[in-house]
Design a protein around this ligand. Structure first.
Ligand SMILES: *Cc1c(COP(=O)(O)O)cnc(C)c1O
Ligand code: SF4
Length: 336
């Protein structure tokens, strides 16, 4: 019933086509936060497939942030000298309709040429790459979602990373605490124990996603001494007004989660209905200034299409559609 109501405007043929192109999954916990009578529900919009995804625009890319160009070996993206991404899993608990890796994540990719999952030998090879890269101070474990892995596999991964002297910080990027909080078990948080600094960055875009159950899951990490940060994506129709952002960031801080980044949406294919102009995002951030505690303010970031890294969308880095990357190179960025 609820599912039908949320999808009321869509034809089934269009949705089947979306399902053939992109992975679709929603958990019961996420369903419970959706108001089926509200056609504009901000949680439903993030997860429920829509015929609008069949539309692609000329500037949209299969690999919107240019990860492939910086992947020296399967499962690693090494763009900055001191840190890299390690992607042991390619599946998620839920599939976000705006995902920048939407062409690489999901169960369907398993048998296709683009499979992102690492088998044991590939994971070992990725770890060897890190072992041989002494400048790598931080390993960012992402995916897919690394907390879809069993606690046993997370533990094996932690043991390998714990044994690499030059790695001082291990950071996990995940949507599991929000999308599937029951997966945050004692076994999982035990597996994260380390003498190194371990951080968890959770992905959340609307205050309605932050239920008591999510709060309880988040506290489990904190009790282990693991600080929590958040990343959000600025999305048209989900959180693109000052009040929605204020409510989200306040609630995160109340949950003891520090808002870290607010990402401008990426040029992923079939996501134009979520994008908004950078000027609008900058105006929203200005509205929050002063009215919202400094500890509740994330940095508004753009991942420059083509693999040039992230840039804060602030004066000094972003002027009249030209952004300056961390190496001082300038790039034209056009909204669409
Ligand atoms: C986003 C990203 C990081 C992390 O960037 P921070 O600004 O440190 O959060 C690291 N490596 C790659 C390849 C990335 O895309
Ligand atoms: S959980 Fe992350 S990787 Fe998975 S679909 Fe959502 S945004 Fe993409």
């Amino acid at each position: 019933m609820a599912r039908k109501a949320v999808l009321h405007n869509e034809t089934s043929e269009a949705l089947s086509e979306v399902g053939r192109r992109y992975a679709v999954a929603v958990t019961e916990d996420v369903y419970a936060t959706i108001n089926p009578l509200d056609p504009l529900d901000p949680v439903a919009r993030q997860y429920m497939p829509s015929a609008e995804e069949l539309k692609t625009t000329p500037r949209e890319l299969e690999d919107p942030i240019g990860d492939d160009a910086h992947s020296p070996i399967k499962g690693i993206v090494h763009r900055y000298p001191d840190r890299l991404l390690l992607k042991p899993a390619h599946v998620c608990a839920v599939y976000c309709r705006f995902c920048f890796r939407r062409e690489m994540v999901g169960p369907k990719q398993e048998n296709g040429g683009k499979s992102e999952a690492l088998d044991a030998a590939e994971l070992e090879a990725a770890l060897d790459y890190i072992r041989a890269a002494p400048k790598v101070w931080e390993v960012i474990v992402t995916g897919g979602d690394p907390f879809v892995l069993s606690p046993r596999r997370v533990k094996c991964l932690m043991e390998a990373l714990n044994a690499i002297d030059h790695v001082k910080v291990i950071r996990f990027h995940t949507r599991v605490p929000v999308a599937d909080p029951s997966r945050v078990t004692d076994e999982l948080t035990d597996a994260l124990e380390s003498d190194k600094a371990v951080y968890v960055v959770l992905h959340c875009n609307h205050a309605n996603e932050l239920t008591d159950k999510v709060r309880a899951a988040a506290q489990k990490f904190l009790r282990k001494g693991i600080p929590l940060l958040s990343q959000s994506v600025l999305l048209k129709g989900v959180n693109d007004d000052a009040k929605a952002l204020e409510n989200l960031f306040r609630k995160l801080v109340e949950f003891r989660i520090k808002p870290y980044y607010l990402h401008h949406p990426d040029m992923a294919r079939g996501t134009s209905h979520f994008r908004l102009p950078v000027s609008k995002g900058r105006a929203l951030m200005k509205k929050l200034l002063g009215r919202l505690s400094g500890i509740a303010q994330p940095r508004y970031m753009l991942d420059i299409p083509g693999g040039f890294g992230k840039v804060p969308l602030e004066d000094g880095y972003c002027n009249d559609g030209v952004v300056t990357d961390w190496q001082g190179e300038t790039h034209v960025y056009q909204d669409e």
